[in-house]
Design a protein around this ligand. Structure first.
Ligand code: TRP
Length: 330
């Protein structure tokens, strides 16, 4: 039997090139190899109190962007978390066996408390419980996530194990974090250091139009240029070469690296080329995003189909769990 893979995406903002190469391309590959569940974590997003006027649009954006990248809703189960009320019930049950102390000690909780001291809500505290529920409700074995989510996966393993211990069962598998570090392509940002991220403000979004991409790339951090032949480029310049490795033809990368080595590089030319090559890459995706976003009938069909598939698996789990905990019907 195929193993079950699950991943959740918080609906906050647009997907960028880093998401595309870091995660989405792997999701697209995995949907053919595993029994995949991908969902939009809209309940999770409430922990940061989005404006009610933004919530639906945010969900629609990630959904359209994932579909545009190539998640096939006929193959994977693609759904909206809040469509599956069984998740709320299992979350309630899981909360009874999660302890305040361990939740307060979570790094991500402490970080959020620092970031939003005026909004330390209980949902924030129990975020790992909801995330655990997302995973175990489909008895997922593998959860592809980045480094920042490792502790949440550790909590999910612990809560699943604890459920099994308390109720003397082996019902839930312990989910494993699943990193694609082997084939992970690191996408640097445009600000001279580190990787691309939406909070860093250094990202190129898949939905950016050519003008926006041009402006962002032309504004990327550079320096005064090489002073010695064959010198090693500093991080900011190496980052641009790395982006070129992803977006441009191999000859183009070789050409600009040679120019750099000869101290003949013109950053303006490099950036123009890079911006054109990135645009060539993202433009078909952007067009699909726009197409899908304006097709409400298609989106409704996708979401209903996903909810139906996810509900079957979630309802079966809840039926077993109620039984295990000791609920009986009259
Ligand atoms: N916490 C994840 C993030 O911020 C999103 C998420 C919610 C998730 N539920 C999940 C990821 C379940 C994997 C599995 O990116």
């Amino acid at each position: 039997m195929k193993e079950t893979v699950l991943s959740g995406i918080r609906p906050t903002g647009n997907l960028h090139l880093g998401n595309y190469y870091g995660a989405i391309q792997n999701f697209i590959r995995m949907q053919h190899e595993y029994n995949c569940y991908f969902f939009v974590a809209d309940w999770h997003s409430l922990t940061t109190h989005p404006h009610p006027g933004d919530l639906h649009g945010n969900v629609k954006t990630v959904l359209s962007e994932y579909l545009a990248c190539g998640i096939d809703p006929e193959i994977a189960t693609l759904y909206i978390q809040s469509d599956i009320k069984e998740i709320a019930e299992l979350y309630l049950l899981m909360n009874m066996n999660s302890y305040i102390g361990e939740l307060e000690r979570t790094t991500s909780f402490k970080e959020k408390v620092r970031k939003q001291p005026d909004n330390v809500n209980a949902g924030l505290l129990t975020y790992p419980v909801l995330m655990t529920t997302d995973i175990i409700i489909h008895k997922a074995n593998k959860v592809p996530v980045g480094k920042d989510q490792e502790q949440n996966i550790e909590m999910a393993r612990r809560f699943a194990r604890r459920f099994n211990t308390i109720y003397e069962t082996d019902y839930f598998p312990e989910p494993e974090g699943f990193s694609f570090s082997k084939n992970l392509i690191k996408i640097p940002g445009l600000d001279g250091s580190g990787k691309m991220g939406k909070s860093e403000g250094n990202a190129i979004n898949l939905a950016d139009d050519p003008k926006t991409i041009h402006k962002k790339v032309m504004g990327a951090v550079t320096d005064a240029g090489p002073t010695e032949m064959n010198q090693t480029p500093p991080e900011a310049i190496e980052n641009l070469f790395q982006l070129m490795e992803v977006a441009s033809e191999p000859e183009t990368v070789v050409f600009f690296r040679e120019q750099y080595a000869k101290c003949a590089i013109r950053y303006g030319d490099l950036k123009k080329q890079l911006s054109a090559d990135i645009t060539k890459l993202t433009e078909p995706i952007r067009e699909r995003i726009l197409e899908i976003q304006s097709d409400d009938a298609y989106l409704a069909k996708v979401v209903n189909m996903g909810a139906e598939k996810a509900r079957i698996s979630a309802a079966a789990t809840l039926k077993d769990v109620r039984e295990i905990i000791g609920f009986r019907t009259f």
